[in-house]
Ligand binder design. Structure first.
Ligand SMILES: Nc1nc2c(c(=O)[nH]1)N[C@H]1C(S)=C(S)[C@@H](COP(=O)(O)OP(=O)(O)OC[C@H]3O[C@@H](n4cnc5c(=O)[nH]c(N)nc54)[C@H](O)[C@@H]3O)O[C@H]1N2
Ligand SMILES: Nc1nc2c(c(=O)[nH]1)N[C@H]1C(S)=C(S)[C@@H](COP(=O)(O)OP(=O)(O)OC[C@H]3O[C@@H](n4cnc5c(=O)[nH]c(N)nc54)[C@H](O)[C@@H]3O)O[C@H]1N2
Ligand SMILES: [Mo]
Length: 675
């Protein structure tokens, strides 16, 4: 007997697709798109078409595993849940007794985006008094930079962009990382819009655009300031909007004067005419729109770059034009009552915290040391920067590491205890998106394999053993979802547990134009001049200085960016052989001029290195990147690369200017033929 069930894609992608899962004999035999989903409209990415192979993979963990050999040897023996939980309970009690609760550190991110399971450990670690984790690895720099200009809250609805006549895709590889936005952009193009991509290399999206500005990584703020100069100098301004809704225009005018297109052209590696032309097209468009990716914010001055770009629509009044505007994230239109689940009030005051970008330092340098690391929904041995220091930390003999996972990832291989996890098709959860305005609930459609369990069940059992009695440690998923919906927010009015139980996507009450009612900045206006930044000792105006990898300056000549690969989702899907095969070998893209200068030929294996580490990749010599810039797409597990080392051996733990994210695309490296 076959049946078809609604579900939701659990992965960290703006699209949060509505799915239909075909189930036979308690197995998911096919996953497809739900045609009834207003944003994702019935098609899914290549990765998710392989979801059944991932869910039912022979490599899936089905039993708790205890290390049974040297650390990192990968030798484990299966044990029962009772024994596994006894061990964790004992480890926690011993650690607290001997070293205090702050010697415990949870480490989690976004392997599963359902709100309940993703946050299932928070209340537990708060109550325990464990060290706090700042979960900043992805979007906090982009978020803070953007909000310093336009404020918090949701941004332009991608569905409205069909009415735009000029679309800039700025530092986003939309066709790979936000696929379901493309039909809306295409529809705008069918109606006459032009699509411009601003990106250091010719990614999949740039190939389909009408124009591609291949700027140097880290130079976006200079480009935005030069555009401002042209808009102001040629009076392509929305005077009425500026007068009513912005703060600090006169100071901005002065700052922009410092950035004639000729100066920006030097910094960006572009032609001054090209920059002026872009500004004119943008300024003359009826409803210009910008899709901001995260790309240009993953730079050491990435917050400032995002802030500068976010100011452009205010100069031309695009924020009040149907079809125009700017999109960064939509998730703030679903402001769930997260505290009911995460219970920050349970944490003792003054507990120390670690930025997750700096896990390497936390595990090797923190005093007093971290003794018990509890990892879930994250694969830091691959995704965190400065891998060699992360690995040195995980190899410490006096560190006990628990990893809750679906697969023996590189992180799990370094654990002392591995717990098998259920996946999205096997648990109940609530989903919101960061690329559209729909929320949806999914219920289990198949049972978990073997002894795999949902995260919530595991943390609740541990809480019980430690004598934690708050309701959050007993409530079921649906009860928790009902708490999450109690917000009083007009956005969530009418969204009920009963409505969600249908399994259908429900649209939140985000206004058609999120900027119609003003801006959630301190002044209520768009802030060309930001007193909040000034108070932080930072430049109150957008600043054009480019980002650079100071550590490599003068030592390594090539910039390296490390954006997502089409076939993977961060490091996930490395466990699906068909997708690994499709992704092909881990490659570094290098311009013919740079290859020739180093005697490197297409297809050769090269050593890519800097002061932080090295890895071996296969070269693709190509004009798809610019001279001086190399590109390595994707987070391959180390074991899938020729030298066994992933790309994050080359990236830095230093934080970006605002919000504490990682400058994953700001690296200087050198490349040499493999010895
Ligand atoms: N297939 C697939 N989809 C994904 C992911 C994945 O790994 N694979 N990851 C998901 C996650 S977690 C996220 S956060 C999003 C990220 O989605 P994006 O925002 O698209 O990804 P980024 O890594 O930020 O890179 C976007 C683009 O920025 C460019 N870039 C790098 N540096 C600069 C710069 O200095 N200036 C400019 N203008 N561009 C620059 C890169 O070349 C890349 O083309 O995607 C999600 N979707
Ligand atoms: N060089 C470089 N590094 C990057 C990036 C980059 O662009 N360049 N991107 C960064 C970004 S944007 C992000 S968001 C981070 C992402 O970093 P992570 O959040 O660590 O993402 P994944 O690599 O997908 O790892 C998630 C893990 O969760 C597991 N998982 C999935 N579902 C479940 C589940 O239901 N239960 C349990 N227990 N586990 C599950 C998966 O098997 C996987 O191993 O990586 C960052 N790292
Ligand atoms: Mo991310």
């Amino acid at each position: 007997m076959e049946s078809l069930w609604p579900s939701v894609c659990p992965f960290d992608c703006p699209d949060t697709c509505g799915l239909l899962v075909k189930v036979r004999d308690q197995r998911a035999v096919a996953v497809g798109g739900d045609p009834g989903h207003p944003f994702t409209r019935g098609f899914i990415c290549q990765k998710m078409r392989h979801y059944p192979a991932r869910v039912h993979s022979p490599a899936r963990l089905t039993q708790p595993l205890l290390r049974d050999g040297a650390k990192g040897s990968g030798a484990f023996r299966p044990i029962g849940w009772g024994e596994a939980l006894d061990i964790i309970e004992r480890q926690i009690n011993q650690t607290v007794e001997r070293h205090g609760a702050e010697a415990i550190l949870p480490y989690s991110y976004a392997g599963h985006m359902g709100v309940v399971q993703r946050q299932a450990g928070d209340a537990f670690f708060h109550k325990l008094g464990a060290s706090r984790l700042e979960r900043t690895i992805c979007g906090t720099t982009a978020g803070l930079g953007f909000s310093m200009s336009l404020g918090r809250g949701p941004s332009t609805d991608i569905e409205s962009v069909v009415d735009s006549d000029f679309i800039i895709i700025w530092g986003s590889n939309t066709l790979t990382t936000n696929l379901h936005a493309w039909p809306f952009f295409s529809e705008a193009r069918r109606r006459g819009a032009r699509i411009v991509v601003i990106d250091p290399y010719q990614n999949r999206t740039a190939r389909r655009a009408d124009q591609h500005l291949m700027l140097r990584p880290g130079s976006d703020a200079a480009l935005a300031l030069a555009m401002m100069q042209v808009l102001i100098g040629e009076d392509l301004l929305a005077h009425d909007f500026i007068a009513r809704h912005t703060l600090g225009f006169e100071q901005l005018r002065e700052r922009a004067q410092e950035w004639p297109p000729e100066r920006a052209a030097q910094v960006c590696g572009l032609d001054a005419q090209e920059i002026a032309g872009l500004a004119r097209d943008y300024g003359r468009a009826r409803a210009p729109y910008i899709r901001t990716g995260f790309g240009f914010a993953r730079q050491v001055r990435g917050g400032m770059a995002m802030r500068a770009v976010a100011l452009l629509p205010a100069l031309v009044g695009a924020l009040h034009q149907p079809g125009g505007g700017i999109t960064r994230t939509t998730s703030e239109a679903a402001p769930f009552n997260m505290k009911a689940l995460t219970r920050p009030d349970l944490a003792p005051p003054g507990v120390r915290s670690f930025n997750m970008v700096q896990l390497g330092r936390a595990l090797t340098q923190a005093q007093p040391p971290v003794r018990l690391l509890y990892v879930y929904l994250c694969n830091p041995a691959v995704v965190a920067p400065d891998t060699s220091q992360v690995l040195a930390g995980l190899m410490r003999q006096d560190l006990f590491t628990v990893v809750q996972e679906m697969f023996l990832t590189e992180t799990a291989c370094l654990a002392d205890l591995v717990l098998p996890s259920a996946c999205s098709l096997e648990m109940t959860d609530l989903y919101r998106a960061y690329g559209h305005y729909h929320v949806q609930m999914a219920k289990p459609v198949i049972p978990p394999p073997g002894q795999a369990r949902p995260l919530l069940a595991v943390f609740q059992e541990l809480a019980g053993r430690l004598g934690f009695t708050e309701p959050v440690f007993r409530a079921g998923e649906e009860e928790i979802i009902s708490w999450l919906l109690r917000t009083g927010s007009p956005y969530l009015e009418g969204i009920t547990l009963e409505g969600l139980a249908s399994g259908r996507p429900l649209r939140v009450n985000a206004p058609a134009n999120p900027y119609a009612a003003g801006f959630l900045t301190p002044s209520g206006k768009v802030e060309f001049y930001s007193q909040a930044l000034e108070a932080l000792g930072l430049d109150p105006l957008p600043a054009g200085a480019p980002s650079q990898d100071d550590e490599g300056l003068g030592r390594y000549a090539l910039q390296l960016i490390t954006p997502p690969r089409h076939q993977f989702l961060n490091s996930t899907f490395n466990e699906v052989p068909a997708l690994v095969a499709q992704a092909g070998p881990a490659v570094i893209l290098i311009h013919p001029r740079d290859a020739a200068a180093r005697g490197i030929a297409d297809g050769q294996e090269v050593r890519v290195f800097n002061g932080r580490g090295a890895c071996v990749l296969r070269v693709r010599v190509s004009q798809e990147t610019r001279p001086g810039v190399t590109v390595a797409e994707g987070l391959y597990w180390g074991r899938h690369t020729p030298g066994g080392q992933g790309i994050n051996h080359l990236t830095s733990q230093d934080l970006a200017d605002l919000g504490g994210s990682c400058a994953f695309h700001c690296n200087l490296v050198e490349v040499a033929p493999r010895q």
